[in-house]
Ligand binder design. Structure first.
Ligand code: DX5
Ligand code: ZN
Length: 217
């Protein structure tokens, strides 16, 4: 299976969001990553449903929505109607994770689970067969433009091992501090999808940068 790139619009120019989405839509990006932050689960507030809805009207690329919010179970249907194709919840925010994953899938979306840097890969042993995506956070969630935490590379290898051992079909996504400098080693460690925000949007040509990330896969 070919490897994927999911640019995060957190670092996009929100005053020209339409233009930014058109650029991503024409690029070789596979998905578009949208970071939803509530100021409670993470110490930052980003954007919410109206932005997801607006983006979905401008592209047919799958919207990869990453919920960094408490009580995500309250909003699953709303994000589905807003256009999410892949909906990822944070492991640390879910008391009844299995039920939430089932609900996401029953709404017709792919279900993802994200692990904070301190959360071991073994935490998802009992659910790895029921999810479509395991997201390894390689920075502490909340802000774009942070430095990649090197230990995350080991976690990607552990995730790959778990997925092979359990015959799970979950994809491994890595999010935070990713650039062309570390893309290749992440893909070879087992990552299937790389999220990149700051590196893409601070590049002279974001569309060319996305192409370069794909080349590393
Ligand atoms: C961080 C978000 C990331 C972020 C990645 O909390 O989950 O998706 O946008 O941004 P960079 O690539 O700038 O680290
Ligand atoms: Zn994210």
């Amino acid at each position: 299976m070919s490897k994927l790139v999911s640019p995060s619009i957190l670092s996009a120019d929100f005053a020209s969001l339409g233009r930014e989405i058109n650029m991503l839509d024409r690029s070789v990006a596979d998905w578009i990553h949208l970071d939803i932050m509530d100021g409670v689960f993470v110490p930052n507030i980003s954007f919410g449903l109206p932005v997801v809805r607006a983006v979905s009207k401008l592209t047919l690329k799958p919207l990869d929505v990453h919920l960094m919010i408490v009580n995500p179970e309250k909003y699953l249907g709303k994000f589905c109607s807003a256009g999410a194709s892949i909906l990822t919840v944070q492991y640390e925010a879910c008391v009844h994770l299995h039920g939430i994953v089932q609900q996401i899938r029953s709404l017709g979306m792919k279900a993802g689970v994200a692990l904070n840097p301190h959360t071991p890969v073994s935490s998802v042993e009992n659910i790895i067969g029921d999810i479509d995506l395991l997201l390894i956070m390689s920075v502490n969630p909340g802000f774009g433009g942070q430095r990649f935490i090197p230990k995350s590379l080991d976690k990607v290898r552990q995730a790959k091992e778990l997925i092979m051992r359990t015959d799970s079909s979950a994809l491994i996504e890595v999010d935070g501090g990713i650039s062309i400098e570390n893309a290749e080693e992440l893909y070879s460690a087992g990552a299937d999808v790389l999220v990149a925000g700051n590196a893409v949007f601070s590049a002279e040509s974001p569309a060319d940068y996305i192409k370069e990330l794909k080349v590393k896969s």
